[in-house]
Write a protein that binds this ligand. Structure first.
Ligand code: ATP
Ligand code: MG
Length: 228
């Protein structure tokens, strides 16, 4: 049976710029389930990154509820939030945010090492995930020695390496050609069905829409339409 893993109710978020306040999310209601891949689409600036950042506990909403795996993530104290995120959520950032001084193998292993898993086990798993993503020859390269598409796959490996219950991906195929994009989506789909996880993919890439169980459009900070 499908379980609710993410429940957003009336999420509002604004940003201050100078003396002006810009309302970005105007009251988002949204529910996600286990074993589900949701594609979140919408024009640039519509609030997609903002929304998944709130779900992932990276930003706090101004108001509203955001229960992730039954926990009100915005209300968790910082330390608890970090631990909760490490255990339950994988996040692929739109701009990767790889650690420049670490190589690909080390970058992808970070979430495991943070959980106190031994270096040997962490690197073995990181190696396995990076290999599945076609990076077998690039493990020892630092981010500045990798192409944009390679960096994106290292960041994806880091998001998936713990096989978390929730994976949030911000534009995972923006730097990938068709074949590599399909391969990455197939890996995500496999994780979804194997672990019953919830995957939210922010995307502009129509080529990956066939992987979606549900497509949600966000426009001017509200959810406009849901196609099942
Ligand atoms: N930290 C911030 N401070 C001020 N404004 C912000 C901040 N983060 C985002 N915004 C603004 O909020 C709006 C929504 O941004 P967001 O990054 O969520 O859009 P997006 O839908 O992900 O766009 P894109 O498709 O271009 O990635 C934009 O107008 C952006 O300028
Ligand atoms: Mg964005």
């Amino acid at each position: 049976m499908k379980q609710i893993t993410i429940a957003c109710k009336n999420i509002k978020k604004s940003f201050k710029s100078g003396s002006q306040l810009f309302q970005i999310l105007h009251g988002i209601d949204f529910t996600a389930y286990s074993n589900e891949m949701i594609m979140l689409m919408g024009p640039s600036g519509s609030g997609k990154t903002t929304l998944i950042s709130i779900i992932g506990g990276i930003l706090n909403a101004d108001s509203g509820e955001c229960a992730v795996m039954g926990k009100e993530i915005n209300a968790l104290p910082d330390q608890e939030k970090t631990a909760f995120r490490g255990k339950n959520i994988g996040f692929l950032f739109q701009h990767f945010t790889l650690v420049p001084t670490l190589n690909a193998l080390e970058n992808a292993a970070i979430p495991l090492l943070c959980q106190g898993i031994t270096r040997e086990v962490s690197f073995k798993k990181s190696h396995e995930v990076l290999t599945s993503m076609g990076l077998d020859l690039d493990m020892d390269k630092n981010p500045n020695q990798l192409s944009g598409g390679q960096q994106q796959r290292v960041a994806m490996a880091r998001a998936c390496v713990t096989e978390p219950a929730i994976i949030l991906c911000d534009e995972p195929t923006s730097f990938l050609d068709f074949e590599r994009g399909q391969k990455i989506m197939a890996i995500l789909k496999e994780l979804q069905t194997k672990n019953n996880c919830t995957i939210i993919v922010v995307t502009h890439d129509a080529r990956i829409l066939p992987f979606a169980d549900r497509i949600i459009n966000i426009e001017d900070g509200v959810i406009k339409e849901t196609t099942t």
